[in-house]
Write a protein that binds this ligand. Structure first.
Ligand code: GDP
Length: 193
């Protein structure tokens, strides 16, 4: 049984995306307080699950130590299951991701999204960055190239279509993501998406 995991800061649209991917309905209002453990759902075939991991980073009303613990749990889950995880979908908010990354870049700080991207690679899981809320982004090419730059991927982003997937979950435009995921499943010898 193989797995695709979904990680990302809270409020980037993970619940909305899960709804698009699985057809299940999720109470987005429940997030981020309630969804603190991994949730598994079938994706496309029976022996295939997509796992929604808790959102990390800033959450209104959630104390710092709890936030840290959530992130630690997410990292541990991925490490413990790395063998069977074929793709790691890192969901970001295309509207704000560059500002957030730049605000948190410093001598002793690595932004969550950048850290998570490299972490997935380090444990041997190909990351696909689902750049969500693109319906709100005007300078699309620039934004995606900037994101490549921040992630250490040489622009232009068009060269990285297996890794950078601009989507709008709310509008149901997620083809770039399913294509990228399908690419990695194919590489892994799995064509059942
Ligand atoms: P989660 O905390 O990551 O699960 O985020 P949600 O799925 O609850 O979404 C957070 C907010 O972003 C909600 O108000 C959604 O309607 C909104 N949202 C999600 N996807 C999109 C999108 O593609 N475009 C826009 N404009 N808003 C979105």
């Amino acid at each position: 049984d193989t797995e695709v995991v979904l990680v990302g800061r809270s409020n980037v649209g993970k619940s909305t995306l899960m709804r698009e991917l699985t057809g299940h309905t999720f109470d987005t209002g429940q997030r981020p307080g309630v969804t603190r453990k991994p949730n598994h759902y079938d994706w496309a075939s029976e022996d295939f699950v997509i796992t929604d991991l808790p959102g990390f980073g800033f959450m209104k009303g959630v104390p710092e130590d709890v936030r840290e613990q959530i992130k630690t749990d997410v990292v541990r889950y991925v490490e413990d299951n790395a063998e069977k995880i074929l793709v790691g979908i890192l969901v970001v908010d295309g509207k704000s991701v560059i500002d957030i990354i730049d605000r948190h870049s410093g001598d002793e700080e690595i932004p969550h999204d950048v850290e998570m991207f490299h972490f997935l690679r380090d444990v041997g899981i190909p990351p696909v960055v689902a750049v969500n809320k693109m319906d709100k982004v005007d300078d699309r090419e620039q934004r995606l190239n900037d994101l490549c730059d921040r992630l250490g991927l040489y622009p232009p982003w068009k060269q990285w279509q297996e890794t950078i997937a601009p989507i709008s979950a709310k509008r149901g435009n997620i083809d770039a993501l399913t294509e990228a995921v399908r690419h990695h499943l194919h590489e892994a010898g799995r064509d059942d998406l």
